[in-house]
Design a binder for this molecule. Structure first.
Ligand code: NAD
Length: 543
């Protein structure tokens, strides 16, 4: 089944052109002759529209406009800013059909995968609208001298936040991080991926309809290598989601300009199936975890370590469930797995599979392109016997390919899971959740799900999400996902006793007084530690 023309809801995409930030073309070319980027439907390769290839001058204009709008936005009470996010939540839900159609049109993903994006954006909007204001309020901190030093931490917006987003989750990754940045009182300049600009533009239009001031959220469509440096050199914070390779480039540019950044990068995510796991549930989790968005999900599984006692049963079940997946493109909840994004993605996936086969791997199911369905379809693929020499044993494929490996113990599963440069997401399957939770803590990944593939941690937006090692720097979600977009400022007021030796007090008296003070503070700290140690030992105590 291939889809033909896009649904009516997304027929008029070119009107979104007016939302991109542009200055006059420096070459003086008339608007219609400006360099443009063609956007295609991955499922059919049909052209769906084009967007301007913005220039470094456009980026500069966008940042200037955003910076000006930011001043009055930051002065508004946080409750007013939160109200915009709250209204955005409702608008996103109200416009869900159109957004789902648009995400499918630009990324080729299955509708249920697009729906997960919609849930994510609504969840983040609700969470930060309701919890965010409290996280931004000024807080009393312990002063240098108890009672004599009043210390308060304030949070100020950083100014203009640059967001660079990829194509695989075109709605979520364009706006979900921007929402807390806006709530904190910042402006945002977004550079969406070249393949999926219309979803980002429509998402921003909906934000304006929800009450966001027009200039506060600028969008510059264009090519990453051309716009990255101009953006990074003029914003105050960079939120980047994409490959580890580009992450290294933008991190060094951020370092050059001394701005802070948060990097959400690639992964080679492991799933662990322990000897007591319910094989059927684990196999269902492996299917979801490996083939959501045709495996083009940063937190999807590409390595599955299964205890040898359940290895055969797991493989049978995993293969059977994978074969039952319907592959195709339709603007409804029919197909389970959609198209990949581009020839580049399919070529890389095919290269990885062929390389693994040439090194001795076995295909249990899948392993082929499906040109009969569209130009960029690839079958959900399960491999085994993959040797270490195969490229895909440690390199991210970012396609619908999972390699299954038998292991003889939980320790071996953990050791092999940790034998990677990446550390983004993992899952542990076991009938003993206490064991699962303890194994999870030994896996070197920023998020680890017990008896779930990825949604349990991802959707728990009150908790931080992000990668260890080459998978990133910083975290999104939770309090940190908001406060990273702020500068903290400490204001301390000293009362009665000054810090310097008082004029008429002899030095040795002051010395004794201060030493006594330090000893007193140490005794209080020791008491606190002892109380904490006792609390940890109580049933349910935090460790
Ligand atoms: P990519 O790094 O090629 O591109 C991401 C974005 O960066 C795009 O907007 C692109 O235009 C821009 N870009 C490219 N070169 C640039 C440069 N030199 N300077 C500035 N910007 C530049 O990544 P991709 O192929 O679009 O996305 C897939 C990768 O993203 C995978 O590795 C995946 O694991 C990762 N990813 C990570 C997360 C996460 O949350 N950790 C989420 C989604 C995707």
């Amino acid at each position: 089944m291939t889809r033909s023309s896009p649904p009516e809801s997304v027929a008029d995409l070119q009107r979104l052109d007016s939302l991109t930030t542009r200055t006059a073309d420096p070459s003086g070319a008339p608007a219609e002759n400006r360099d443009r980027i063609t956007v295609r439907d991955p499922a059919t390769d049909a052209v769906v529209g084009s967007v301007p290839a913005c220039t470094p001058e456009d980026v500069s204009t966008a940042v200037d406009r955003a910076r000006e709008a930011q001043q009055s936005w930051a002065e508004r009470p946080v409750s007013e800013r939160a109200a915009v996010l709250s209204r955005y939540h409702d608008r996103v839900l109200a416009h869900r059909q159109e957004l789902l159609d648009l995400m499918q049109l630009e990324s080729g993903k299955a509708r249920q995968d697009a729906f997960e994006e919609l849930l994510d954006v609504a969840t983040n909007a609700r969470y930060y609208a309701s919890e965010g204001p409290g996280m931004l309020s000024s807080e009393r901190r312990r002063g240098a001298f108890p009672l004599l030093t009043k210390t308060v931490e304030h949070r100020h917006p950083v100014g203009v936040v640059g967001v660079v987003s990829p194509w695989n989750y075109p709605l979520t990754l364009a706006v979900s991080d921007a929402l807390p940045a806006l709530l904190a009182g910042n402006a945002v300049v977004l550079k969406p991926d070249e393949h999926t600009p219309f979803t980002a533009l429509r998402a921003v239009e909906l934000l304006r309809e929800a009450g966001l001031p027009d200039d506060l959220f600028q969008v510059v469509t264009g090519r990453g290598p051309e716009l990255g440096e101009p953006l990074i050199s003029s914003v105050d914070f960079l939120q980047f989601t994409g490959s580890s390779e580009v992450g290294r480039i933008v991190a060094s540019q951020a370092g050059e300009h001394l701005i802070d950044c948060s990097l959400e990068l690639g992964g080679k995510n492991p799933m662990l199936v322990l000897s007591d796991a319910d094989v059927s549930k684990a196999a269902a989790g492996a299917v979801r975890g490996s083939f959501t968005t045709a495996g083009q999900l940063c937190i999807s599984f590409e390595r599955i370590y299964v205890h040898e006692s359940v290895f055969d049963d797991f493989c049978d079940e995993f293969v059977e469930r994978t074969r039952r997946l319907e592959l195709g493109a339709a603007y409804d909840y029919g197909p389970d797995v959609g198209s990949m994004l581009s020839a580049e993605q399919v070529d890389k996936t095919e290269r990885h599979v062929e390389d693994a086969l040439s090194e001795g791997a076995t295909v249990l199911t899948g392993g082929r392109r499906r040109p009969d369905l569209g130009p960029h379809f690839f079958e959900p693929t399960v491999l085994t016997d993959v040797p270490e020499s195969a490229t895909l044993s440690d390199e991210e494929t970012f396609g619908p390919v999972a390699a299954v490996y038998p292991v003889s113990s939980t320790d071996e599963a953990v050791a092999r899971a940790n034998d990677s440069d990446y550390g983004l997401n993992a899952a542990v399957w076991t009938e003993d959740t206490a064991v699962g939770e303890s194994v999870a803590r030994r896996v070197d990944c920023g998020t680890v799900n017990v008896n779930e593939a990825f949604a349990a941690t991802w959707a728990s937006v009150d908790a931080p999400m992000g990668g260890m090692d080459d998978s990133g720097l910083g975290r999104r979600h939770g309090e940190h996902g908001l406060t990273k977009f702020t500068e903290s400022q400490t204001v301390s007021t000293q009362r009665v006793v000054p810090f310097a030796t008082p004029r008429r007090v002899p030095g040795w008296v002051w010395e004794r007084f201060m030493i006594g003070n330090l000893r007193g503070l140490k005794r209080v700290a020791g008491l606190r530690s002892r109380v904490r140690a006792v609390a940890e030992k109580l049933p349910g105590g935090r460790r």
